[in-house]
Design a protein around this ligand. Structure first.
Ligand SMILES: [Zn+2]
Ligand SMILES: [Zn+2]
Length: 257
């Protein structure tokens, strides 16, 4: 098993969670599946709850926090989140630590930088995680690609990028109009086209891999997401490997390097 890695424990509306590890210790970024399932999926990557120093939340939506309280309670782990996120997540009796967007924090060997994203939540953030000279960025649940998001993610060795929906599938699909508008809005989710733009603009010669996450089961397919993002990133002339983390499945470990 790699010393420094990020794994996807689950991705999509049925639950989101990432495991970031360095030299035997690490954190969960989001915990949107049950406590038991978090434990089981961590074990796929040789990790036990006793190796986890924090559960860090990006925002309060259920698909990101479902198992957080139980996991924190059972294993005596603090929960980190922005003030807005902590205020809206039921965390009675759990030690919480407030984080501030754009203010770096260090947990074990991991250096984390939360940065602001636009999404229909109280105070949502995305993260870059730096271990030594290697950087991973994790950006899911954001409504639009802003210059500051590109800037924060730029020069990552590996990026996890939301590719939520295919524009045509969403528009011709069964969702009611108000929901389509919300998803497509500046505070909703990223389309495959948006994911392509973000991936291309944030990629540099250091960037080795892009993993597409948070795909909609109804409004996207892994094939469409992959083709759209590959087409855009190939315009940069960079040699970047792109893959999809399928809905509800674990994938990785992705070594930082
Ligand atoms: Zn979500
Ligand atoms: Zn969300």
């Amino acid at each position: 098993m790699h010393e420094d890695f990020v794994s996807v424990l689950s991705s999509g509306s049925s639950g989101n969670s990432f495991l970031a590890m360095s030299r035997g210790r690490g954190v969960l970024i989001d915990a949107g599946i049950s406590c038991r399932e978090l434990e089981r999926r961590m074990s796929l990557f040789g990790t036990e709850p006793s190796q986890i120093d924090a559960v860090i939340l990006t925002h309060e939506h259920t698909d990101h926090v479902r198992g957080a309280r139980r996991f924190a309670e059972e294993f005596g782990i603090p929960i980190y989140g922005s003030r807005g996120t902590l205020a809206l997540t039921p965390l009675q009796g759990i030690e919480t630590v407030a984080i501030t967007p754009s203010r770096d924090l260090t947990i074990g060997h991991l250096h984390l930088r939360p940065f602001k994203v636009r999404h229909f939540a109280a105070e949502p953030v995305a993260f870059s995680v730096t271990i030594g000279s290697k950087k991973a960025s994790i950006a899911s649940d954001l409504g639009c690609v802003t210059p500051s998001v590109i800037d924060e993610m730029s020069d990552s060795n590996i990026m996890f990028v939301e590719a939520n929906y295919d524009e045509n599938m969403l528009l011709s699909g069964a969702y009611p109009d108000f929901l389509k508008r919300t998803i497509r809005g500046d505070h909703g989710h990223l389309s495959n086209d948006d994911a392509g733009i973000l991936s291309r603009k944030a990629s540099t010669r250091r960037t080795r891999r892009i993993v597409l996450v948070h795909l909609s089961k109804e409004n996207n397919t892994p094939k469409r997401a992959l083709e759209t993002v590959e087409r855009d990133v190939s315009r940069s002339g960079l040699n970047v490997e792109i893959e999809v983390s399928e809905h509800g499945r674990a994938s990785g470990p992705f070594a930082l390097g």
